[in-house]
Design a protein around this ligand. Sequence first.
Ligand SMILES: Nc1ncnc2c1ncn2[C@@H]1O[C@H](COP(=O)(O)OP(=O)(O)OP(=O)(O)O)[C@@H](O)[C@H]1O
Ligand SMILES: [Mg+2]
Length: 368
Amino acid sequence: MQLLTLPPSPSLATSIRATAQVFEDPKSQALLAHLQQVAPSEASVLIIGETGTGKELVARHIHNLSGRRNGPFVAVNCGAFSESLVEAELFGHEKGAFTGALGAKAGWFEEANGGTLFLDEIGDLPMAIQVKLLRVLQEREVVRLGSRKSIPINVRVLAATNVQLEKAINAGHFREDLYYRLNVVALNLHPLRERPGDILPLTRHFIRTYSERLGYGQVALSAEAERKLVEYGWPGNIRELENVIHHSLLTCRDGLVRAEDLRLSNLRLERQDDSTGANIGESAEELLQRAFRRLFEEHDGALYEKVEEGLLRAAYRFCHHNQVHTANLLGLSRNITRTRLIAIGELVVNKRRSQDSAIDNRVVHLSI
Ligand SMILES: Nc1ncnc2c1ncn2[C@@H]1O[C@H](COP(=O)(O)OP(=O)(O)OP(=O)(O)O)[C@@H](O)[C@H]1O
Ligand SMILES: [Mg+2]
């Protein structure tokens, strides 16, 4: 298990400050490796992920691994301010620049000088401000509102979004030139349901953190509770898992978290039901055809792999992680099932076993 402990950094954090991180699923380990590679550079990084996937935590980690770690880390939520306010906040203002500007004030760029500026929810930035932001990034200087003097700045910009900016560009809400400027490196944070190997390590991490905070002794997790956590879809991702664990610790008894202590929402299920259009009497095949059509409309590539991976994961979970049952259900040989489960990170092999998997790979090639 990979657990990194970071010193707390001074900041204008918008959420709880993280001090430890879990990256255990193969997808998360790949992300961590990529992150460690790009962190020391000065490149702008665009962090893309659904709500609660750890975008801010990743931004802080990049800062802490960069040469700017001793400088400030300033996190700002671009969606939380009106257009006129966000401009003054970003670039600063002089006394009397607008009604209510009683004194001069440095903006976030100046505050972050020598360090990192994290622009959260960048997709919410109004178009007029996007132009100004682009200019600041190109010229590496800011001009406060109501001033003519430009101030040189030395800031690395990290941005985050939970929406597909390409779609915002096509819809005319986001500038393409700014997108390329921010997206020198893109880090995609997978939703938690696509990196199931993180669920239990994160659970243990949150149990430890919160039981310490609550002054509890050791707290264990029942096998049934584990299964419930792994099978759930986590629409709110890591933040939701954190809240569920926190809540479960408040209600659990005798130092054991049981399945009934875990309060999971059925948001995702309801949404899925809605998306089927509630066609009563529709067969599974018909439902699948419609799901495919939607996937074709929404996806731009790698669909074959995605569908195969999704099928394998679902079957493996349905069979309670039993390889033989999964193979029977799918009508595949056990070898092929095993090889593919390893390839998608559902199954971790030890050294001796990985030799088997090389053999398995050969079997796959021969049998295709
Ligand atoms: N890899 C991780 N290991 C441990 N904790 C994590 C990890 N990733 C995220 N968290 C925790 O999950 C919570 C949500 O993370 P964070 O605020 O970074 O997500 P976000 O993507 O910025 O969410 P939002 O879109 O809602 O702003 C935080 O409390 C954070 O500490
Ligand atoms: Mg955030």
